[in-house]
Design a protein around this ligand. Structure first.
Ligand code: ADP
Length: 208
């Protein structure tokens, strides 16, 4: 099963992706985490990405698409992936369609986490405060100024994906302002038909 979690910064994509990973054995693929790891390791991709990330801007499509296509070819992605933070542009969405088709796969669902901007600003502020209180290091792009840029970039470059996936009939909206557990319940409800299908294929295979 291949899923996309679509939504603005702070919408809860990472939290929900981790829950789905545990519940259903899917693999979370967070391009933000991949890029931060590349920056920390000082790799070529990290060097290309750092300035864009620090400024709250998108890393160029070619860099991100290259990294994702390498990542999904790894064996741990064979059963399917939860894409978190990817695609973020129409060009990335088109590249993902082609990548999956090349592997004989396709997207099952795109889950849109709907959250108002005012709530996102508060959430990211709280996330930074809690990280500091726990003695952790705040992400360099979790400042109020950079968040403003990230939200602008989201509305300009990423929100058009809502219409893109609406046209495919795969877009499912959930209320990202509800509690984390309620959001998880709504996502499970959306995924139920796909999980059932997977279950029955598994039953068929093991019953032979
Ligand atoms: P958030 O969803 O909270 O903004 P992420 O961890 O997903 O955080 O992304 C952090 C930064 O990493 C982005 O602001 C951007 O610079 C870069 N990034 C992550 N994913 C992509 C992507 N698919 N395309 C381009 N840049 C990306």
């Amino acid at each position: 099963m291949n899923l996309i979690l679509l939504g603005p910064p702070g919408a809860g994509k990472g939290t929900q992706a981790k829950r789905l990973e545990e519940a259903h054995g899917l693999k979370q693929l967070s391009t933000g985490d991949m890029l931060r790891a590349a920056v920390a390791a000082g790799t070529e991709i990290g060097k290309q990405a750092k300035a864009f990330m620090d400024a709250g801007k998108l890393v160029p499509d070619a860099v991100v698409i290259g990294a994702v296509s390498e990542r999904i070819a790894q064996p741990d992605c064979a059963k399917g992936v939860i894409f978190d933070g990817f695609p973020r542009t129409v060009a990335q969405a088109e590249a993902l369609d082609a990548m999956l088709a090349g592997r004989g796969q396709s997207l099952d669902a795109v889950i849109q986490l709907k959250v108002d901007d005012s709530i996102l600003v508060e959430r990211v502020k709280k996330r930074a405060e809690e990280t500091l209180a726990q003695g952790g290091t705040v992400r360099p792009d979790d400042t109020p100024e950079t968040l403003k840029t990230r939200l602008e970039v989201y509305h300009r470059d990423t929100a058009p994906l809502i219409a893109y996936y609406e046209r495919t009939g795969k877009l499912k909206g959930v209320d990202g302002m509800a509690s984390m557990d309620e959001v998880s319940r709504q996502i499970e409800a959306v995924l139920e038909p796909f999980l059932k299908k997977r279950g029955s294929i598994l039953k068929w295979l093991t019953g032979r």
